[in-house]
Design a protein around this ligand. Sequence first.
Ligand code: GLU
Length: 308
Amino acid sequence: MGIRGRFAPTPSGRMHLGNLLAALLAWLDARSGGGELVLRIEDLDTQRTSRLFAAQLLDDLRWLGLDWDQGGLEPDYRQSRRTACYEEAFRLLEERGLIYPCYCSRTERMAASAPHREDGAVVYSGRCFRLTAAERAELEGQGRRPAWRVRCPDLSVTVEDGNCGTYTENLARDCGDFIVRRSDGVFAYQLAVVVDDALMGVNHVVRGRDLLCSAPRQAWLHEVLGYPPPRFFHTPLLLAPDGRRLAKRDHDLDMGALRERYSPGELTGLLAWYAGLVDRPEKVTAAELVPLFSWAKVPKNDVVVGCP
Ligand code: GLU
């Protein structure tokens, strides 16, 4: 089967340089292998995302010379319209006895958690897993609405990342029971991304390295739900000179500012240089990069971008 990749941005603001690097590499990975690319809009959180940002995102990608074969603004490729698919997967996990309600507030969650992981997340202690039926009923009686967690087994899951190499986590110890549905009913990223990648036939997941720590639990969920797990490729993060990760709130490096300062060719050249595909940041088109692309050239570590 050919490569079927995807780019899955969250339309919560204008893309920044780091998002563009991930998009370009996802595009190059698919195109250099003669594969297809899906553009999925991750707008699960309707409070933080908007259709306007999604439309802007499509325009920014096209401006850069990137295209896709399916997806975009079509409802089938917008997570906010795919609740029925997530419901079904949730039910399957429930049937397997893997789901339980968690009544902890954020403060309680922090207190009931093991020390922070390297990525800043906390490993949930499983406190609500041990609630008795009577305790659950009491909390329900107080009007507490639970979030829903999936129970993680004491299992080491290894992901052979196509860029970063071998990455292993013990699900119970390093990850902990994670939320698959929020207390307001919205499905969580971890469940939605697995269901979508599987149902959309995605077999190459290319995205920023900040999500490498999600790969083992996602690979495991794929297996539990009966889907073949995709191959993962995590791309270097771009860091500001002070070591901070670029974020959407850094407007100086978002697409609005970048489009004023660079032509598409210049910006693509800069990204290609960060990605190790060219020796100098010179004007180039995405299409011209296709024969130059290889994961062997892409840095494994984060890249400090100075002041582009
Ligand atoms: N929607 C996520 C983001 O914009 C990416 C999720 C993924 O690629 O798995 O950061």
